[in-house]
Design a protein around this ligand. Structure first.
Ligand SMILES: Nc1ncnc2c1ncn2[C@@H]1O[C@H](COP(=O)(O)OP(=O)(O)OP(=O)(O)O)[C@@H](O)[C@H]1O
Ligand SMILES: [Mg+2]
Length: 243
């Protein structure tokens, strides 16, 4: 069986000349929860954009065995759902209901099925009461949850989340951890929150300066205080006693 995500020799330069990714090689098996960690500017968000074909660079990206290219893009986006760094980029309809319904409607589901998907997705992120609210009137943390719900409603096999705990208070952060831990999909979570990475991930990929510096066991990488400090990161609470 093909991997959920396969990236081979992928490099990307932004139009202004910034080299954001250099020769990335990464394979993620189905069902795995991967935390993508690294300092600001490491290339985490850019790598997530590459996975869903939002940017095109040199090298090859495949999602669930499908090469990410123009021809396959629609099918690729059915299989991978991306929760973007800024929730405002995902919320643009008059009501939250419409925003969550947008994806399922595009997938061709019936109105009844769509109502079901929306209700379930909103309940999962604790926003069941907010369906009729204008998304731009939600609080920052609620927008974060709403953006996650837009992805959940489409039930993609693979989900990427970019800084999903931004603006969340401790209770909602705990809810998010519970939610992510309960998902059966392949997850790639880009985060600067080492505690979130340590509790949710099965595997850690540490990036810096557009390169993968370390890839593998969560405890081995994240409890390595020298490695973490070299890349501007902290050992998470879960592993700080072992130093
Ligand atoms: N639209 C853009 N145009 C030019 N350069 C960009 C653009 N977006 C990002 N970059 C640059 O690409 C590099 C990687 O940025 P990226 O956003 O992928 O980092 P990141 O690891 O997600 O950082 P953060 O933790 O701050 O979210 C950085 O040097 C950044 O300045
Ligand atoms: Mg980022």
């Amino acid at each position: 069986m093909s991997n959920a995500i396969e990236i081979q020799n992928f490099s990307y330069r932004y139009p202004d000349g910034t080299s954001a990714l250099s020769d990335i090689n990464l394979a993620v098996e189905h069902g795995l929860r991967v935390a993508l960690i690294g300092p600001n500017g490491a290339g985490k968000s850019t790598l997530l954009l590459a996975m869903a074909g939002f940017i095109k660079g040199a090298g090859k990206v495949s999602i669930d065995g499908l090469e990410v290219n123009r021809k396959n893009l629609k099918e690729v986006r059915r299989r991978i759902g991306c929760c973007l760094e800024n929730p405002d980029d995902q919320l643009f309809m008059p009501t939250l209901f419409d925003d969550i319904a947008f994806g399922p409607l595009n997938l061709g589901l019936s109105p009844e099925q769509v109502r079901g998907c929306v209700a379930e997705a909103l309940a999962t992120v604790g926003l069941a009461e907010m369906a009729e609210k204008a998304p731009h009137h939600l609080s920052a943390g609620q927008k974060r949850g709403a953006a996650v719900a837009t992805i959940l409603a489409m039930s993609p096999k693979i989900i990427t989340l970019d800084e999903p705990d931004g603006s969340l208070d401790p209770r909602h952060r705990k809810n998010l951890v519970r939610l992510l831990a309960g998902l059966s999909q392949t997850l790639v979570i880009a985060t600067c929150n080492m505690n979130l990475a340590a509790v949710v991930a099965d595997r850690v990929v540490l990036m810096d300066s557009g390169m993968i510096i370390a890839d593998g066991d969560v405890q081995k990488i994240m409890s390595d205080s020298k490695l973490m400090a070299e890349h501007g990161l902290e050992v998470p609470q879960k592993f700080s006693d072992s130093n």
